[in-house]
Design a protein around this ligand. Structure first.
Ligand SMILES: Nc1ncnc2c1ncn2[C@@H]1O[C@H](COP(=O)(O)OP(=O)(O)O)[C@@H](O)[C@H]1O
Ligand SMILES: [Mg+2]
Length: 591
């Protein structure tokens, strides 16, 4: 069940090198460190002013006795002086807190913005292989969770952590200031109690999580039986379903009551021990301290206890954030594709040659997909790849685009190996029209100019006309500005295909790759698309992967692929004469 998966991540044990990796995040904080330092000063100031509160409250109690006269400002009577001072302290603390929060959020939000952009930039430059190994949904949701955790940590958790430290430090000093004996008694009790409370608290949390899980699975029973209600009724299994639900509901009840018993025990234990300790300290302290001092002492103890109690929780949160940071930094360690700056512009003629190309996917290195492939394509020619599914046709198109590096052999463009070109510059020379066209959410115009971001409106219209797309685009009320996808119009398969052809055409690529571009279309749209494709192929080197042989009859060369090897090649008529695999496939399809 889905809950099992989560549990594994709850427990994190970090190694030294993971810590070191996580600490690389400071590289991102560095530019904003001056804000951080100032914020930190405000944090210290606000924590210390908060610690003046118990002291002054005590003084208030003693104001009338001789001990309280220690404080007097502006010749006011002691009582008014202390109240004025308290007011002033709270004012100072609120100002300090405001700036602490403001400055920390400046650091956090700037740092996070940098990390977000850096990470996205990195992700988008990672090779396709990375995306074969990792699920996109998982990466993006993990990234979102990790970044949220970092945001919370920098904004709140770290500040809290330091604040509690200051509180503990100042608190202990204050206890000793009032009385060594009482301070020692308190220090023997409070931390023990705090730690006990933490462990007990965790146990109770686990119990309540168990009952939540049980409640969730009993909801699953409801959902399942109700959404399958027709099946339940058809098989007259109402009673069985009721029994299933009764059992799980019973379990929820039992677990909840068990949790309540322990929660109750915990609360009464805490009440008893806290009041016990207070009574004990009062008993011991009544002869040593003034009433007000005793009051201050007890308040400091409460502050101290609360701080000590909150440390483990905060520490666990920080650990979790370090874990998340480490994962983030590991992602940044993934090797990105090497690109030059975009300034390099080349223009190739379009001669392509595969020389002894051997290839296996990095995710499955033991399966050789292409086994020493040789073929060549003169500039402007059309080559067709046919063969059963799984033969390696799409792999060839990925290799043309340099999505993967070869195991052996070379791919030459205009007689130079692909590795001697800049990746961006080379990819810019190619365009692909795949079987499943992916259009971005946005207007039709945006999608066409994706092939050439600086295209003018006239260029976009011309490309749509050449792609046989103008007719349907201009029939929409919004024309080129029509939105596609979820919030816009749903284009048919053939229309999408023609938008993709316009997108491929607009940059005037030297090499065109069509990977089963028409295979999912009905015969009417196929006719339109085919016509557009033929216009697109004119004057370019084209690699056509075809499902239907009717589309490859006119190719300059047809390669028949089987299990990563070329088993036949030639023109349509020659291959028919050979009466081999192609002839057989062709008889099957063309009759
Ligand atoms: N991303 C991938 N990772 C691992 N193996 C793959 C990947 N893509 C394709 N393959 C395998 O490579 C072989 C060739 O696939 P492909 O080139 O898509 O065939 P075709 O396009 O001719 O149908 C198949 O055995 C397929 O399982
Ligand atoms: Mg394929």
């Amino acid at each position: 069940m889905a809950f099992g998966r989560k549990k594994r991540e709850d427990k994190i044990k970090l190694t030294k090198s993971e810590y070191r990796k996580a600490f690389r995040v400071f590289r991102f904080i560095k530019p904003y460190r001056s804000y951080f330092y100032i914020g930190f000063v405000f944090l210290i100031l606000s924590s210390i002013t908060a610690m003046a509160f118990p002291y002054l409250i005590g003084k208030l109690f003693d104001a009338e006795s001789e001990k309280g006269v220690l404080i007097s400002i502006f010749n006011l009577d002691p009582m008014t002086s202390i109240v004025a001072l308290l007011f002033f302290i709270f004012l100072a603390q609120s100002v300090f807190s405001f700036f602490r929060i403001y400055l920390f959020s400046i650091v956090t939000e700037n740092t996070l913005n940098d990390i977000r952009q850096f990470t996205f930039r990195h992700l988008i430059y990672l090779p396709i292989d990375f995306y074969n190994r990792n699920k996109v949904g998982e990466i993006s949701s993990r990234l979102a969770t990790d970044l949220n955790l970092l945001q919370e940590t920098f904004n709140i958790t770290l500040a809290e952590f330091f604040r509690q430290f200051i509180t503990i430090f100042v608190g202990i000093a204050a206890l000793f200031y009032f009385s060594y004996e009482l301070a020692l008694i308190m220090l023997a009790i409070v931390p023990l109690l705090a730690i006990f409370a933490v462990f007990f608290g965790r146990f109770i949390k686990k119990l309540s999580k168990d009952s939540q899980d049980a409640a969730a699975s009993s909801n699953v029973v409801i959902e399942e039986s109700l959404s399958g209600i027709a099946v339940v009724k058809a098989f007259t299994n109402e009673l069985i379903e009721m029994g299933r639900y009764a059992a799980s509901a019973q379990r929820v009840k039992e677990l909840s009551i068990k949790g309540a018993i322990w929660r109750g025990a915990f609360v009464s234990f805490i009440i008893f021990t806290i009041f016990g300790a207070i009574v004990f300290v009062i008993y011991r302290g009544i002869n040593i301290l003034e009433t007000g001092e005793l009051m201050s002492f007890l308040l400091y103890t409460v502050f101290l206890g609360a701080s000590i109690g909150s440390l483990p929780e905060l520490w666990a949160k920080i650990q979790k954030a370090i874990g998340a940071t480490e994962k983030l930094m590991s992602l940044l360690d993934e090797k990105a594709e090497v690109m030059g700056d975009d300034s390099e512009v080349i223009r190739i003629k379009g001669k392509v040659e595969f020389k002894e190309v051997c290839f296996s996917y990095p995710t499955r290195p033991d399966v050789e997909v292409l086994k020493g492939l040789n073929f060549s394509l003169e500039a402007g020619q059309t080559i067709a790849l046919v063969g059963e599914s799984g033969a390696g046709k799409s792999t060839i198109s990925s290799l043309l685009l340099n999505f993967y590096s070869l195991n052996d052999g070379a791919i030459l463009f205009d007689d130079l190996p692909s590795t001697s070109y800049d990746l961006h510059a080379l990819r810019k020379q190619m365009a692909i029209v795949p079987q499943d066209v992916f259009l971005f959410a946005g207007s039709i115009s945006d999608n066409i100019s994706y092939g050439k971001p600086d295209a003018s409106e006239d260029e976009i219209i011309e490309a749509s006309k050449n792609a046989n797309a103008w007719e349907f685009i201009s029939s929409f009320p919004d024309g080129l500005q029509t939105l596609v996808g979820d919030r816009g119009i749903q284009l048919s398969g053939g229309q999408k295909q023609r938008v993709a052809i316009a997108r491929a055409m607009i940059n005037d690529p030297a090499i065109l790759i069509l990977d089963e571009a028409t295979s999912s279309l009905d015969s009417v749209s196929e006719k339109y698309v085919q016509e557009a494709l033929e216009r697109l192929m004119k004057g370019r080197s084209s690699i056509v992967i075809a499902h239907r042989l009717s589309t490859v009859i006119h190719a300059d060369k047809i390669l028949v692929l089987k299990e990563g090897q070329i088993v036949e090649q030639g023109k349509h008529d020659e291959l028919i004469e050979k009466s081999g695999l192609y002839a057989r496939l062709s008889k099957l399809q063309l009759g």
